[in-house]
Design a protein around this ligand. Structure first.
Ligand code: SF4
Length: 441
């Protein structure tokens, strides 16, 4: 059984409220941190090996150490709660059931970074959660953990919740900052990076909800102890939101030492494939990461078991592996059509493109149209090469990672399931009524 750090108290009735959270030891990590220096906290975060839980996996301690500290200029912490990646809903769970864990993590992080005004930018569709967060903020303030002179330390902190308008692109950190400033959420050219010029051109750290929540156990048990959980550079625990054709969809906390096979089939996690069907493929890190066929998902190219961690999932690079990404684990059974699935994703990215860069604005639309044609049985063989060519021209040629996110699912689908694309083209009459099935793989 995986060790629980974030969700250990999630089952306790009333844990959403300050009184119950406090009774379970809540805010003791904050009390401990406020007796430390900001540099000591930063060293603990670095020692923990925590990697950003939003998708990129960049070391959090290193990100914090980049924060510029010019004299007299305010700094900000912004929590990215714009969780819009298809298949990803773990931050929603944290905010809905454990809001004080996030507030406590923000208090510690803001103290470390020197932010007296911090923000939670939350996805517009999570319409019921801002009230939960604002209630938790008021409770924390009434108990002296927010506001002026927190616990007599002289440190002041206000936290504001800002609702997004429902655009996926606002999950990109610079688009989020634009939106937070009241502008259209267009990603900015980098550099300058937010650590130097972020919110209102002030030094800013933008971190995912889960990353900030993880600061609480890191301070609680120390960074060194946190780093002992997991394996290699995949330290600590990770939340996974599992969905698709499985028996037990939900949010799970894993310690990144379990295999993919165990995660899918054990009763503790996904409980196996629904209706006794067979596994066809999986997208383990949210819709932006490459899809992996079952044979490569359960084992690496070297025949080793594949583990639920950053290194093992990426083993073999994008040719065979994939990424941990945001932890949105989407399972596809033998009845799922890869062309249809890829087309749905292409439509999503086309719809969510902000339109600033030509390769993304035009390319995502072309990919969607070609995939739709193939799915309807109206494609030609050369369309597959055209699709491949378009995704190559998008990848790496755009302002923000949405371009790559749109290109990778198409590339991986063609790489691993080219036969299925060809079958649609060769069998136009069957294309919409039947699936290629699993027997071919
Ligand atoms: Fe906008 Fe797409 Fe360019 Fe990102 S890659 S800035 S979403 S057009």
């Amino acid at each position: 059984m995986s060790k629980k750090l974030l969700l250990k108290d999630a089952h306790i009735e009333g844990i959403r409220y300050f009184e119950t959270y406090r009774k379970q030891g809540g805010y003791t990590a904050a009390e401990k941190a406020l007796k430390m220096t900001p540099d000591e906290i930063l060293e603990e975060v670095k020692a923990s090996g925590l990697r950003g839980r939003g998708g990129a996996g960049f070391p959090t301690g290193m990100k914090w150490s980049f924060l510029a500290k010019p004299e007299g200029v305010p700094r900000h912490l912004v929590v990215n709660a714009d969780e819009s990646e298809p298949g990803t809903f773990k931050d929603r769970y944290l905010m809905e059931f454990l809001p004080h864990l996030l507030i406590e993590g923000m208090l510690i992080s803001s103290f470390c970074l020197g932010s007296n005004t911090s923000y939670i930018y939350i996805r517009g569709e999570y319409s019921w959660i801002p009230d939960i967060l604002e209630e938790a903020i008021e409770e924390a303030k009434a108990a002296g953990f927010l506001g002026k002179n927190i616990l007599g330390t002289g440190f002041d902190l206000e936290i504001y919740v800002q609702r997004g308008g429902g655009a996926y692109i606002c999950g990109e950190e610079t688009a989020l900052l634009e939106s937070l400033e009241g502008k259209r959420g267009n990603p900015r050219l980098k550099p300058p990076f937010p650590a130097v010029k972020g919110l209102w051109e002030r030094p800013t750290v933008v971190n995912n909800v889960e990353s900030i929540a993880a600061i609480v156990p890191i301070i609680d048990i120390t960074g060194a102890e946190y780093a002992k959980i997991g394996v290699g550079r995949s330290t600590g625990t990770k939340l996974i939101s599992a969905c698709g054709n499985i028996n037990k969809p939900g949010v799970y906390e894993i310690d990144m030492t379990i295999t993919v096979e165990e995660f899918i089939y054990s009763e503790e996690y996904c409980g196996g494939i629904k209706d006794g069907k067979r596994l066809k493929a999986c997208i383990p890190g949210g819709s932006s990461v490459p899809i992996v066929p079952a044979n490569l998902l359960l084992k690496t190219v070297n025949g080793e078991p594949r583990y639920m961690n950053y290194e093992s999932l990426a083993d073999g690079g994008f040719a065979t592996g994939t990424m941990m990404g945001s932890g949105g684990f989407i399972v596809l059974d033998e009845d799922q059509c890869i062309v249809d699935h890829t087309m749905t994703l292409a439509r999503f990215y086309n719809h969510e493109s902000c339109g600033q860069c030509t390769p993304c604005r035009e390319g995502t639309g072309w990919m969607y149209k070609i995939l739709k044609k193939i799915e309807k049985g109206e494609g030609k063989m050369e369309d597959i090469d055209l699709l491949w060519d378009i995704q190559r021209k998008i990848e790496g040629n755009t302002i923000c990672p949405l371009g790559d996110a749109a290109a990778w699912p198409v590339a991986a689908a063609i790489r691993h399931f080219r036969d299925e694309f060809e079958w649609h083209i060769k069998n136009p009459e069957l294309s919409q009524t039947q699936n290629y099935g699993l027997a071919h793989y």
